[in-house]
Design a protein. Structure first.
Length: 167
């Protein structure tokens, strides 16, 4: 991930300005809809991701929603709800849920940045990297359940396997 080197170590004010530098530095497409909202797109190993950043100055909080480019068939929703419970139990930060009628899997995380220091560039980079990492890690589990007909436990077990080396 590219580092926004010309920014100071901590960000006072609106951290979306730094997020804009981070996504721009990675050559990701993005749109800044307002002072409080930015949407970016990036390609991952398994699919494309849509990242929506929202800043609430009144509470000093940044919300990130990272949507997987994968719709869930309605007939598999009950199995996906079981998967969500198992996957969310494995996470230290954030959670997955489903967005809208299209049953779009989304990873969400909110971080509070209170105090005079504000958000650091590193914290914002970590927020983005962590969201993408968790989406990459669990994308296959969503696919196994949605399209492969696997049960939730089997899908989570397969996504938790750490591979070593290359074939």
């Amino acid at each position: 991930m590219a580092v926004a080197t010309h920014w100071s170590e901590s960000v006072c004010g609106n951290p979306l300005d730094v997020v804009e530098e981070i996504v721009g530095g990675n050559d990701w497409s993005f749109e800044r809809y307002s002072d409080d909202e930015l949407v970016a797109g990036c390609s991952g190993r398994w699919c494309d991701y849509s990242l929506q950043f929202s800043w609430r100055d009144d509470v000093g909080a940044m919300h990130l929603a990272c949507a997987l480019d994968s719709r869930i068939p309605r007939r598999r929703l009950q199995s996906i709800y079981e998967l969500l419970a198992l996957v969310n139990g494995k996470l230290w930060l954030g959670h997955f849920d489903l967005k809208g009628d299209g049953a779009l899997p989304v990873f969400r995380q909110t971080v509070l940045f209170r105090g005079c220091q504000g958000a650091s560039v590193e914290q914002l980079e970590d927020l983005v990297e962590f969201a993408i990492h968790e989406c990459e890690r669990f994308y296959p589990a969503f696919q196994y359940v949605a399209w492969g007909g696997k049960d939730a436990e089997e899908a989570v077990a397969s996504s938790m396997i750490e591979t070593v080396g290359e074939a």
